[in-house]
Design a binder for this molecule. Structure first.
Ligand code: PEP
Ligand code: MG
Length: 380
């Protein structure tokens, strides 16, 4: 049952004729991907693979992977995850039928995957009273120790994104292999796939360089193993100010940039994206310290300047470098206009915001062209 009326579809088709900026959707499963297509998305701009790991049935395996003491333990968990991931990617790529799909390698706030410390402590206390000599108690105590080792004061500034891939390359390798197995499998079925593999939270070109080499090696190995040839690209999120400021270097290693304006807002303002809105931000807006919530509407003077700088520096190294945005702002009207003016190739937002993003993109284009015409008249 289509959700959009015929009249609205017609209006959207007019908008598509006008707009000069692409609209993609953020989706992590085949259902959302199908929704995205139905609403007219031109591809997937962000597939957050950590969401696949949060599936209840998988959490124990993911915990084994994170908490592993040895290579062998970690590899055993990864071997279990690989076929699941292959199916995840195959499902999405199949729905998208050759449209670009940006798959971001794991960017977990690690703490979200760990067993709950408080609960563990309660269990341990109980066992200490009821069964102090038990094996279970020893195991729980060891687990708590490990959880405490992994604990961070600032998880959002911690061991996440590509920092995880750098320290545990076998995790990213498993994901890259799963993507390429999926692509090779689809090729067998005559289905085209266009994966764009994206590295999160890059702050230094060396991180991207190393992770790209890892992805390329995985591709090579799957090509040899399956005898299939396939295309893919490797790009990066730009979501750390340092990445925007050194985008000329980063572009050497990137086929595309996608601005992660959620983290870029967090790191540019130094506001925790998990806390600020619930604490002082509302008061700031009421007192007119800030005109708007920068997590909702792109802050042009600070965050926007970094986006413009990133695009400019990236394209200095690689003219025509493909750029997009996949933070929440990609679905917000005035931020979309900003993205168009900054020269981005596409915005990406939740599937349900795609129709409005298509309209906003058309409005931005029309307004821009009118302003150009006015300026031309004035210049005469
Ligand atoms: C971002 O930071 O803007 C982004 C799209 O990634 P995530 O929200 O998953 O951190
Ligand atoms: Mg991010």
């Amino acid at each position: 049952e289509p959700e959009l009326s015929e009249e609205f579809q017609l209006l959207l088709s007019w908008a598509d004729e006008e707009r000069k900026i692409g609209v993609r959707a953020n989706a992590d499963n085949p259902e959302d991907s199908a929704k995205a297509l139905e609403f007219g998305a031109g591809g997937i701009g962000l597939c957050r693979t950590e969401h696949m790991f949060m599936d209840a049935a998988r959490v124990p395996i993911v915990q084994k992977m994170i908490l592993a003491e040895t290579f062998e333990e970690r590899n055993a968990a990864l071997d279990e995850l690989l076929p699941m991931q292959r199916e995840d990617f195959e499902g999405i790529l199949e729905v998208m039928q050759g449209l670009p799909v940006t798959i971001r390698l794991l960017d977990p706030p690690l703490h979200e995957f760990l067993p709950d410390k408080e609960e563990l402590l309660v269990e341990i206390t109980k066992l200490q009273i009821l069964d102090p000599e038990s094996k279970v108690l020893k195991e729980k105590e060891a687990l708590l120790k490990k959880v405490r080792q992994l604990d961070e004061f600032n998880p959002m500034l911690g061991h996440r994104g590509c920092r995880l891939g750098m320290i545990h390359p076998e995790i990213y390798e498993m994901q890259a292999r799963a993507i390429f197995y999926a692509v090779a499998n689809l090729a067998d079925k005559g289905i085209d796939a266009q994966p764009e593999i994206m590295i999160p939270l890059v702050g230094h070109v060396n991180e991207l360089k190393e992770m790209r080499e890892l992805v390329n090696a995985a591709a090579q190995s799957i090509k040899e193993e399956t005898g299939k040839n396939f295309e893919y690209t490797v790009g990066t999120m730009i979501e750390i100010p340092r990445a925007a400021l050194t985008a000329d270097q980063i572009a050497e290693e990137a086929d595309f940039f996608s601005f992660g304006t959620n983290d870029l807002t967090q790191t540019t303002f130094g506001y925790s994206r998990d806390d600020a809105e619930g604490k002082f931000l509302q008061a700031y807006i009421e007192q007119k310290v800030l005109p708007e919530n920068p997590f909702a509407v792109l802050d042009r003077e600070g965050v926007g300047k970094l986006v413009e700088t990133g695009v400019e520096l990236g394209r200095k190294t690689k003219p025509g470098l493909k750029t997009g945005i996949c933070g929440e702002h990609g679905g917000e009207k005035s931020s979309i206009e900003f993205c168009y003016n900054a020269g981005l190739d596409y915005v990406s937002c939740s599937p349900y915001r795609v129709p409005l993003a298509r309209l906003a993109a058309a409005q931005a284009t029309i307004r821009h062209e009118r302003n150009n015409e006015k300026e031309a008249v004035i210049a005469k």
